[in-house]
Design a protein. Structure first.
Length: 391
């Protein structure tokens, strides 16, 4: 009986190590965090805060004429006391008459205000401007192209009952069908569950741009060059010792991108921002930061920066070792089947292939975003993607 060649032994070791990292990131860490959260939690999160804080809802907008009127109406329809609420739309150099719609709404509703930036500065610039103009104790950021479910404002301010909390993330509820829509819905359900577990320890490493809130007095302006505001703001708060929480009942309904190409480009831009923020805030990985370090490394650094690189390594290494190891052969074929299913989901948009499609999309987009960030090709100006209406 011959011995296994050294290069195949090395390939097997690389495959096993890569598989362990992938399994820990996507299965081990979420399960461990949920188990730890159940043991730590002393009861349900607060459903209300008394007295209610004043709230400024900031809506950054670039060419959002199609959505902005409904967005204002939707926000004003929230069950939040009118005397404690104002809505501030920051028009970032729109060219489609967005500002005209907001002006008309402001004439009807005094709590609606318009701030115009004549020169387009990007979303981070618009958020900074919004906070400077805000009067509320809590500032809620929400995208123009999504609808807030009833009760979302009350839900997103409730965790601020803890004075150590500086940022609270809501969650996204995508609307769409097939591999594209169902895959994104599944992703956000899993993501919201993990954030809820991290929230018990105050270490939610990222917010959702559809709806998240900041304590105005704790807000640190986003520096130039940052283009993933909903990632940077929570990291900056954690870096300064604040808690970041999650409010699962604060929900923004948003239609998925009309095309898979648009969705891929959006994911790549988000991933580039995560790469940028992670590299800038690597000090959060210091083990002395405890739960912060665990969440930062496991949820973001490994998921976006390491695992996408390891997936092709895993495929190649298991393929090289497959000739002599039945286990490696089975592992290789399992990966081939998953990637084939993902390709089928992209081609047919079959609901049955939603999970492999979403997994492949997320990881390939992370590679693309990482390349853009490291090569300096990512711009800070956000690009609107084509979307249907949320209703």
């Amino acid at each position: 009986m011959g011995t296994t060649p050294p290069h195949r032994r090395i390939s097997s070791a690389v495959a096993v190590g890569s598989l362990a990292a992938v399994a820990y990131t996507h299965v081990g860490y979420p399960l461990a965090m949920r188990f730890a959260a159940r043991r730590r939690a002393g009861g349900p999160p607060p459903l209300s805060i008394a007295p209610l804080p004043t709230v400024t809802v900031v809506v950054p907008a670039f060419n959002e004429r199609r959505f902005i009127g409904q967005k204002i109406a939707d926000t004003l329809a929230q069950d939040y006391p009118a005397e404690l609420l104002d809505v501030l739309v920051v028009d970032d150099g729109s060219e489609d008459g967005t500002a005209d719609v907001v002006r008309a709404a402001a004439q009807e509703f005094p709590c609606v205000r318009l701030v115009q930036q004549e020169t387009r500065g990007g979303k981070s610039s618009a958020l900074n401007r919004g906070v400077r103009e805000a009067t509320g104790e809590v500032v809620v950021f929400t995208d123009a192209n999504g609808s807030l479910l009833p009760g979302s404002l009350r839900a997103v301010v409730a965790p601020f009952e803890d004075p150590r909390t500086a940022v609270v993330s809501g969650t996204k509820k995508p609307v769409g069908s097939g591999a594209h829509g169902d895959g994104e819905s599944a992703y956000w359900r899993l993501e919201s569950g993990l954030k809820a577990a991290e929230s018990v320890f105050g270490v939610v490493v990222g917010a959702d741009g559809g709806i998240f809130a900041v304590r105005r007095e704790a807000y640190e302006p986003i520096p130039p060059g940052v283009y993933a505001d909903d990632y940077w703001i929570p990291l900056a708060a954690l870096d300064r010792g604040y808690r970041v929480a999650h409010a699962p009942d604060a929900c923004a309904v948003e239609a998925v991108s009309l095309t898979k190409r648009d969705d891929f480009e959006r994911r790549a831009r988000i991933s580039a921002g995560i790469w940028h923020g992670s590299l800038a805030k690597l000090s959060l990985a210091d083990p002395r930061r405890g739960w912060v370090a665990l969440a930062f490394v496991s949820h973001r650094c490994l998921r976006t920066g390491v695992v996408p690189v390891l997936l092709p390594v895993l495929l190649g290494a298991s393929g090289r070792a497959a000739a002599r190891h039945p286990g490696m052969r089975a592992l290789w074929w399992a990966q081939v089947a998953c990637w084939a299913a993902a390709a089928g989901g992209a081609t047919t948009n079959s609901k049955a292939l939603a999970i492999p499609y979403q997994f492949a999309l997320t990881n390939v987009a992370a590679l693309r975003g990482g390349f853009r960030q490291l090569s300096g090709r990512q711009t800070g100006l956000w690009k609107r993607t084509s979307r249907g209406r949320w209703t």
